[in-house]
Design a binder for this molecule. Structure first.
Ligand SMILES: *Cc1c(COP(=O)(O)O)cnc(C)c1O
Length: 397
């Protein structure tokens, strides 16, 4: 194969990381095995001493899982990758492998619900100080990072309000404070935004979303420099066991092959759907990073190569109207998941962001009229037809 570093993303996603067995199979082999055997006691001894490379146990490593890690690392332009059973296992491992009692983490407030819980509830329990800032307000980042910190965690665009954070500016402040920058890049996907190139140190994914993209399996990934992965993350993963099943790794490898086709198509449809929604009576506001009326449109377009697959909008008449609209949809289904080939709609205030409470929702701008739409692979005209018909029902009261 041509040197992988010279291949373009779509090619890397089909060929990158592939290691064929002696049978020369076309598709990646599925090593559905928990353990591995040794030819001799000496080989086992050398493997455990680290002088011979041999798979030992699928909690530490597995050939199908390794193929996925190498393919993801090539796409991201990262030195190394470890995959986990879920996106939350990836976030948890990235933070807890690095932080210890007395350390300090600064995070943007607009985080995925479970990330918010780890920062606000779990870390303080272990004596790790955690401070939230409004990620779009550079003054707050300045103030919070005027003191030393060990890690910064942020999500851009954020869930569900699609806030965009200046990655390069935050990374500069974080590095001056002594912190590593962890970016949850789920909404942008590795195709539309490369945080490592903008100064981030660690990128985390829920592979459950666009990387599988077909609503089948859970998975997570952490990408970073080889030294940090080997010295800090790998011992934590090896000994705490958030390992990804080889079967799920195989499905995710297959998902990666079509990632550009799926993300580009869904992102183009999302732009059309956002444009349609913005013209509809009864809709107060639409948030979509590629639209010029997005509050951080200019910044978004320097960091992202397209607007992404999620559109957030606010219906003018609050929760009852939002529910009437959602209940009247026929094609687009109600689900708290996202990044699927099927378009999915969520009412964050009563589901994904219910537990954070009304005052925090108000701080994040998540009103009772806010609806999040994850655009899938249907024909965009069928999606706007479905939304148009449901909006008519909503307006009819
Ligand atoms: C879904 C999601 C997660 C968690 O991933 P799981 O695979 O569900 O554990 C974390 N961050 C963001 C932004 C997500 O959308």
């Amino acid at each position: 194969m041509t040197s992988p570093s010279r291949l373009r993303p779509s090619t890397l996603l089909v060929h990158g990381g592939t290691e064929r067995t002696l049978h020369g199979e076309t598709s990646e082999a599925l090593f559905l095995t928990s353990g591995f055997v040794y030819d001799s006691a000496e080989q086992a001894e050398a493997t455990f001493a680290g002088t011979v490379r041999h798979y030992q146990y699928s909690r530490f490593g597995n050939p199908t899982v390794t193929m996925l890690e190498q393919r993801l690392a090539l796409l991201e332009g990262a030195e190394a990758c470890r995959v986990t059973a879920t996106g939350m296992a990836a976030v948890h491992a990235a933070l807890l492998s690095h932080l210890k009692r007395g350390d300090r983490l600064v995070a943007s407030r607009a985080l995925f619900g479970s990330c918010h819980w780890i920062v606000s509830t779990l870390l303080p329990r272990y004596g790790i100080e955690a401070e939230f800032v409004d990620g779009t307000d550079m003054q707050q980042w300045h103030a919070a990072l005027a003191r030393p910190a060990q890690m910064v965690l942020l999500e851009t665009p954020s869930n569900p309000m699609l806030e965009v954070i200046d990655l390069a500016a935050v990374a500069a402040l974080a590095h001056a404070a002594g912190a590593l920058v962890v970016v949850d890049n789920v909404f942008a996907t590795p195709l539309l935004q490369q945080p490592l190139q903008l100064g981030a140190d660690i990128v985390v994914y829920s592979c459950t979303k666009h990387i599988d993209g077909q609503g089948r399996v859970l998975g997570g990934a952490v990408l970073a420099g080889a030294k940090w992965i080997e010295d800090t993350l790998q011992p934590f993963i090896r000994n705490t066991g958030p390992a990804l099943s080889p079967f799920n790794a195989w499905l995710l490898l297959k998902g990666l092959e079509t990632l550009p086709l799926r993300v580009n198509a869904a992102s183009a449809s999302a732009a059309r759907v956002a444009g349609f929604l913005a013209t509809q009576p009864g809709i107060a506001r639409v948030w979509y990073p590629a639209r010029t009326d997005h509050p951080q449109h200019a910044l978004a377009m320097t960091q992202m190569s397209a607007g992404g697959t999620l559109v957030t909008f606010e219906v003018a008449d609050g929760k009852d109207a939002a529910f009437r609209l959602m209940n009247a949809l026929r094609l687009i289904r109600i689900s708290n998941n996202l990044g699927d080939s099927k378009s999915l709609v969520t009412h964050p205030a009563t589901t994904t962001h219910m537990r954070i409470g009304a005052p925090e929702r108000a701080r994040l701008g998540i009103s009772d009229g806010v609806v999040r739409l994850s655009v899938g692979l249907e024909d965009a005209a069928d999606l706007t037809d479905d939304l148009g018909a449901a909006l008519a029902v909503m307006r009819g009261g």
